[in-house]
Design a protein around this ligand. Sequence first.
Ligand code: ATP
Length: 380
Amino acid sequence: MTVLELSTVSKRYGQELAVDNISFQVEEGRIVSLLGPSGCGKTTTLRLVAGFEVPDGGDILIRGESVRRKRPYERNVGLVFQDYALFPHMSVEANIAFGLRERGVPPAEFLARIRSVLDLVKMPDYGKRSPHQLSGGQQQRVALARALVTQPSLLLLDEPLSNLDAKLRDALRVELRQILTSAGITTIIVTHDQSEAMSLADHIIVMNKGRIMQRGSAEEIYSAPASKFVADFIGQSNWFTGRLDGGRFVTEDGLSLVIAGKAPSGAVELGIRPERIAVRTKSATAAVGVNALEGVIEKTEYLGSTIHHWVRFANGRRIHAVVQNNGQCFARDGESVRVEIRPEDCLLLTPDEPDPSEPRDDRQSIYTDGLAEREQRKVS
Ligand code: ATP
């Protein structure tokens, strides 16, 4: 069942189009992340769903029903903000009970429901404490419990882990996903942190400048980015500009690589993920592949589990490669090496346009009442 549907939704602040004609659906029990750089429209999208902002165009449906005319508290949506927004003068239990009282749940049910969510967030013994007696991670879990206790149709999390230090964030990420999946709650998480989106969400929607650039699983987006923007936002790449010549990608300064698969027509950019590049020393016995380039290690960074190399070719061009530290000896600065790239690891992409396969309703301009227009379209 579809819990949330956004249909050609737009939001403008003055001259600025914060959300530009976006459409997506979220199915029951799914965890979806809105991922993108600062200012791309993630929070505005979340606020539109929550009812804190009104769209200029399009419609938002929760469980098949338009919520355009519903106030935030009528939408059955739970919210967790990055600053948790717990009431400092209330105990954990009272904080959690607040939402129940607001929604008219009979007080006789309070205790059982509070216990159940405190168990869910693994804090059964913390009900009597004040927020200031909790760590950042525990406060975050109480905020989550407070949102979950009302059994919302949809949970909205805005950068839920950004106030925590890096180590705690990594640990809580795993725990948060486990809590959300065991509660079976349909969730939207807003984040600008790609690893957070990749580890927490089943489905990622990458946004830029108010538009959806691509959507898919973490693996789909990483291994088959639809544009240079997505490839750069999710992970790193070495970029080359050139043209296609038969089954090869050729640059003006003489780089020529065999490529695999279908490529977009016209001038293209070629991206190569650093970890997909093999760096072989002269003594390596492995057979030479189709894309083998001679170079010299210009710089090396030893980062423990990985080793980063910057290799310079004879034409002066540099490439960044990341190799796993498997305990065997690795190439050193100044050493001559052979760099190898498999044709299937050459990502041929157009510049920063949204994915052309993204559904868009180009008939629609910004209008003041999307609902009226939607109804009109249904009739015509
Ligand atoms: P961040 O990660 O920095 O929170 P974001 O992707 O969530 O960014 P939004 O907060 O949705 O981005 O903002 C999208 C654009 O709309 C930005 O350019 C922002 O300046 C603008 N904007 C957001 N809220 C308002 C507002 N209340 N008034 C005017 N402009 C706004």
